[in-house]
Design a protein around this ligand. Structure first.
Ligand code: OOG
Ligand code: NI
Length: 477
């Protein structure tokens, strides 16, 4: 019954994110430090920049904003993940192939579950980067290992049936009553806790020789959240403060450089978690204390969503930074992360304009457009084109925040938190099943359409333009 105890989809999502955060803070104390420092930085930025600090999201949203990451082994498991997140109003968006990264190939393909509608994102934008192991990729697994791995994965149960039944009901009814909501949240958070069950050392190490990520996914009978990422308004300042507290960060901030133009897409950085005690089962059956390093901390700053055109420029800039850094490395012994950041900062203005206005005008980034209600009446009629409407103050453009991930940054985050990169054999292009994992395949695996992020941003922008046209009685192209 829809009594006062009823929890709507977004309330379930917000409660789940908050409980996951509390759980992760208990399990990984450095995460709590990260959240504290992020909050301090956000308060300082808000004080210094005022309303401008909230241009890409109200402070309430930003403070509560998190993304998590999980990894599963089979399409059946992924489909169950889809049901649990479906109950929370989160849909699979984007396809990321982490197997292709030049320096840091990982045997997974990924998507991100997140809310899609603007009002849902504003209420709570919780998202989870979700990776699926690719045992059929012969570059990582031979036939024998693939068979053993699929046998192991097929025999485990990650999601209890009671959880899945509650999830299905929550999705169908768009919420749950008090007692059911409580039970659902408890079970859902429980799935992502680190298990205390002994790890079969020989099996774990067999997979670890291929890839630490393969071992993390397929070496144990459970799953876990492997990081939970707060959002910060000044990631360079956050990086300095964390380093100042003695937490060793990876050597770079991934994504676009800091520069004096608008923040676009996503900038991320991370630190390695410490060893965590895990009981190990030895080949003779005895259980001894052991330790694994599988979880870490990450933080991110979000910028404006780019159009396909803007994104092409971003990808091109990354290649140019690579090429310039490679050239510099030929002259010196190596190129530090700081030198690479300088290269990026110098190159950025060659392809990106320094104002939001120019980003919009050149069709490089997404904005929503709004008729200005209190424009002074000066007897004029609105001009029939968007640039004119913006220039004369009839219409305001608000940047659309980037809600997704970046494959190259993700590969960097995976890699920087692995002990070693394992063995990946190079096989000739076009051979084997490697090519079969694509976005359509993933939609089939999850049993839900994997949505195209660009299409979502475009829709949001066009809807806002249609509203403007209606409000001003115009026929906008
Ligand atoms: C996911 C790594 C990717 C991000 O923020 O790009 C990611 C993982 O380690 O499972 O979370
Ligand atoms: Ni992440």
């Amino acid at each position: 019954d829809r009594s006062a105890q009823w929890r709507e989809t977004w309330q379930l999502r917000a409660a789940f994110a908050a409980r996951l955060s509390a759980m992760y803070g208990r399990e990984v104390p450095a995460y709590t430090t990260l959240v504290e420092v992020s909050r301090e930085v956000n308060e300082d930025v808000l004080r210094e920049r005022g309303a401008d600090a909230e241009r890409l999201g109200a402070i309430g949203r930003v403070t509560a904003e998190r993304h998590g990451a999980i990894r599963v082994g089979t399409p059946a498991e992924l489909q169950q993940v889809g049901r649990v997140f479906g109950a929370l109003g989160m849909r699979p968006v984007g396809f990321y192939d982490l197997r292709e990264a030049a320096t840091s190939a990982v045997p997974v393909v990924s998507t991100a579950f997140r809310p899609v509608a603007g009002d849902e994102l504003a209420r709570n934008p919780f998202r989870v980067f979700t990776s699926l192991l690719t045992p059929a990729d012969p570059r990582f697994f031979d036939e024998d290992l693939r068979g053993r791995l699929e046998g192991f994965l097929g025999a485990r149960e990650l999601f209890p049936p009671e959880l899945l039944a509650l999830a299905d009901r929550a999705e169908a009814e768009q919420g749950l009553g008090g007692g059911d909501a409580e039970r659902f949240l408890q079970l859902a958070v429980g799935v992502f806790e680190l298990s205390g069950e002994p790890v079969d050392r020989a099996w774990y190490e067999t997979l670890e020789r291929v890839s630490a990520v393969a071992a993390d996914i397929g070496g144990v009978r459970s799953t876990h959240i492997n990081h939970l990422t707060p959002r910060v308004l000044d990631i360079d300042e956050l990086y300095r403060r964390m380093t100042g507290r003695g937490i060793e960060m990876i050597d770079a901030i991934q994504g676009p450089p800091r520069w004096d133009g608008p923040d676009v897409l996503l900038r991320q950085t991370s630190f390695r978690a410490l060893d965590e005690p895990r009981p190990m089962r030895q080949p003779d059956g005895s259980v001894v204390p052991g330790a694994l390093r599988v979880r870490f901390g990450e933080v991110e700053a979000r910028g404006i969503a780019l159009t396909r055109r803007g994104r092409a420029r971003y990808d091109e800039l990354l290649s140019r930074v690579d090429a310039t850094a490679a050239e510099a490395a030929r002259a010196a012994t190596s190129v530090t992360a700081a030198a690479r950041a300088d290269i990026a900062r110098d190159l950025w203005p060659t392809r990106f304009p320094r104002t939001e206005h120019a980003l919009a005008e050149q069709g490089l980034a997404h904005f929503t457009y709004h008729a200005v209600a209190d424009r002074p009446r000066d007897g004029r009629t609105p001009p029939p084109d968007l640039p004119g409407l913006l220039r004369d103050g009839w219409v305001r453009a608000d940047p659309v925040v980037y809600e997704d991930f970046l494959p190259r940054s993700a590969a960097g985050i995976f890699q920087s938190n692995l002990d070693d990169s394992g063995t990946r054999e190079s096989v000739e292009e076009g051979s084997g099943a490697a090519a079969a994992y694509d976005s359509d395949w993933l939609s089939g695996a999850v049993g839900r359409d994997v949505l195209d992020p660009f299409a979502l941003y475009e829709e949001q922008q066009s809807r806002s333009l249609a509203d403007v046209a209606r409000a001003l009685h115009l026929d906008l192209p």
